[in-house]
Structures are given as C-alpha cells and as structure tokens.
Design a protein around this ligand. Sequence first.
Ligand SMILES: CC(C)(COP(=O)(O)OP(=O)(O)OC[C@H]1O[C@@H](n2cnc3c(N)ncnc32)[C@H](O)[C@@H]1OP(=O)(O)O)[C@@H](O)C(=O)NCCC(=O)NCCS
Length: 194
Amino acid sequence: MPKPEKQFERDFYRLMDPYPVIETPRLRLRRVFRADVDDLLEATSDPRVSKYEPWGPYDREETVQMLENIIAQLESGLCTEWAVERKEDAKVLGLVHLNKVDFFHRSAEIGYWLSRKCWGRGYATEGVRALTEYAIKTLRMDEIIAVCHPENAASLRVLEKIGMKHQKDLPRYISLRGKTADCLQYHITRWDFM
Ligand SMILES: CC(C)(COP(=O)(O)OP(=O)(O)OC[C@H]1O[C@@H](n2cnc3c(N)ncnc32)[C@H](O)[C@@H]1OP(=O)(O)O)[C@@H](O)C(=O)NCCC(=O)NCCS
C-alpha cells in the first residue's frame, strides 16, 4: 500500500492530465504555449509588475526561458502554471500558479501577476478565486496559502476579496533586489471555502 501522501500525489497529477482548463465569465485559465511570449512580455518586462516579486523585470530572452521552463514541466506532467487568457480577445494577461504543493498537508501556495494594462478591472480576483476553488474542490487540497509583501495593497485586497485571512507574519522572508523584506501569509481552508 503506498503512503497516503504518495497516493494523493498520484491522484493529483492524474487529475491534471489532460491539463485542466478553468473557465470564469471573462477568463480562461489554460496551459501556457510558446506563442504566449509577446503577451507575457508586456507583464514580465514591466518593473511595476515584479516590484514585489523576487524575479524580474525580464527581457524577451528571459521570458522565453521562463516559458521553456514551464513547458518542460508540462511535458514531464508536473506543471501547475496557468495562462490567464481574456475570452473576449484571447489576450494572455498574465499567469496564476500553485507553488510549493505539499502532498502531506494537502496545501499549496497560490501566486499571480497580470499585465498593468488590465489592472483594476477585477481580473485577478476572478482568476485567483477560480484557481483557489479548483484546487480545493477538484484537486482536493485542504488549504491554499498566499504570501504577500505588506505594501502590496492591490494583492492584499485580492486576497481579502476571495475570503483569505491573515495567518501569520513572515519576518525577513524574501530578498527583493538585494534587500530582505518581511511578508504576510494569508490562507483559506477547505472548511472556510465551503
Ligand atoms: C496584484 C494584481 C494581480 C491585482 O490585479 P487586478 O486585476 O488589478 O486586481 P483586481 O482588479 O481583481 O483587484 C484589485 C483590488 O485592489 C485595489 N487596489 C489597487 N491598488 C490599490 C492601492 N494602491 N491601495 C489599495 N487598494 C488598491 C483595487 O481597488 C481592487 O479592489 P476593489 O475591487 O475593492 O476596488 C496586480 O496588481 C499585479 O499583477 N501586481 C503585480 C504582481 C503581484 O504583486 N502579484 C501578487 C504577489 S503576492
């Protein structure tokens, strides 16, 4: 008999094949393609998008490399990144992902970033809510966490709007362009979500 966490991991990746497409009224969360590079470059090359992220800004070559890394994960069946495609014009606004998937505790960390041109229209809230719901209801995770810089007001607001609650402070948690910064951890559990 495999350990329960091993069985859970196998089931998780079985549920991810074929790669899930998550629909919301305005968005389609779907696998990434190489052809998404131009749309994604709008976000990756903008220092305001990566201001609170440990990466970036990226030039085209670095963005291509990022996509190649995601495609390699897709090909090995271990990908947890979704392109956020706007349905009305098929434009890719950014990415949402599940990181640090923990099969023992059945938890994962959600992350997201979108091109600045589309900020303030509720797209992040719609996409992040949909992926959180999918992770809990379909992928059977028990807890989704999010880690956010305390000055990242837009992201904190997104987390509040989807019902996440502050769980703990994370002192000196990330390095942002050579400077160590504190973060806040938010979370939502299966039981809150239901
Ligand atoms: C965080 C991010 C994804 C939000 O995207 P978005 O599509 O603009 O988000 P939404 O429109 O769904 O919601 C944003 C909310 O923040 C609010 N907001 C935006 N800037 C704000 C500010 N400076 N202070 C307070 N609230 C702010 C908006 O008014 C909105 O709340 P409302 O609906 O109550 O009015 C986007 O800003 C981004 O990509 N940032 C860079 C990457 C990033 O920080 N990712 C998260 C890492 S934890």
